[in-house]
Design a protein around this ligand. Structure first.
Ligand code: ATR
Length: 278
């Protein structure tokens, strides 16, 4: 029986067991996917013990993504670029391979929502708000997919500056005060800050300057429709919610550990939405 896990601290809130459990049942796989709470001081020992414990691999979440990046024996180019690992695969030889599937997860959901080819044909600028771990994944995903210009605005400008290295030819920074001008040239706006999340203040920006035909994406998924997405919809703009990224980032790991590439179906989405409302 193949075994996988999600590790974090705390971990009780994680929806990953629901997602992977659904796929295991759907595909009739006699595997397991468990939630494991490991504090930072025990994380290295946990990773070193994965092969002996018989794990095929697992997901890594807050606060271990950077530590997983440092501890992996090999990394995908994408994980190297982002500097964080959210998916581990234990090799035949016991070596630990690290990947970051948040970037392709964001892109897969964007293309599922807006149409395949939307990014290739969107010869324009993306404005990304925020410069944390999620922003790194979003920027790397957009750059890899060929978005010609990506401009980052963040409350703390130094943090945004650090993201330029992801792809200096495409990525630049933006002063928050000049957002209205920047938005008037943007084809895509992405919120990666925690603003708009339940219990946090809303993201207070005017979507007026965005051209018709622009799309607005949020990585916040609780609530499912953030005030930002509601405002975008009211303006007639296409919207991309945050839940899809969570669902799609899970696909490559499941495929590596259990040997079947699962699909993000409306049924899976409904299952997670019901759980979020509980
Ligand atoms: P994650 O890894 O999930 O992206 P993070 O590293 O804590 O989380 O980043 C959160 C992002 O939300 C940051 O860009 C943060 O801005 P700072 O870098 O200036 O801290 C942004 N953020 C959080 N609260 C904010 C607020 N009240 N106003 C503006 N930006 C905020």
């Amino acid at each position: 029986m193949r075994k996988a896990f999600v590790v974090g601290h705390p971990i009780a809130h994680s929806r990953s067991p629901l997602i992977h459990g659904h796929w295991l049942t759907q595909h009739g796989i006699a595997g397991s996917y468990e939630r494991i709470d490991v504090p930072p001081e025990r994380f290295e020992a946990f990773v070193r013990g994965l092969a002996a414990a018989g794990f095929a691999g697992g997901n890594v979440t807050i606060p271990h993504k950077e530590a997983a990046f440092r501890l992996a024996d090999t990394l995908t180019p994408r994980a190297t670029k982002i500097g964080a690992v959210n998916t581990l695969v234990v090799g035949e030889d016991g070596g630990i391979h690290g990947d970051n599937t948040d970037a392709p997860g964001f892109i897969a959901h964007l293309e599922q929502t807006l149409g395949t080819g939307w990014l290739e044909h969107s010869n324009g600028t993306a404005v990304v708000l925020g410069a944390g771990g999620a922003a790194r994944a979003v920027v790397a995903g957009l750059a890899e997919r060929g978005m010609s210009r990506i401009r980052i605005a963040n409350r703390t400008p130094e943090r945004a500056r650090a993201l330029v290295e992801i792809d200096p030819r495409r990525v630049g920074i933006l002063d928050w005060a000049t957002l209205p001008e920047a938005l008037s040239e943007a084809r895509l706006l992405v919120n990666t800050t925690s603003l708009g999340m339940t219990g946090h203040p809303p993201l207070d920006i005017d979507l007026g300057p965005l051209p018709n035909g622009a799309a607005v994406a949020d990585i916040v998924y609780a609530p499912l429709e953030t005030p930002l997405l509601a405002a975008a919809r009211a303006r007639g703009l296409a919207t991309v919610d945050g839940l899809g990224m969570l669902l799609h980032q899970a696909v490559p790991g499941f495929s590596d550990w259990f040997g079947v590439r699962p699909e993000v179906t409306p049924e899976l989405r409904a299952l997670v939405v019901a759980d979020l409302r509980r």
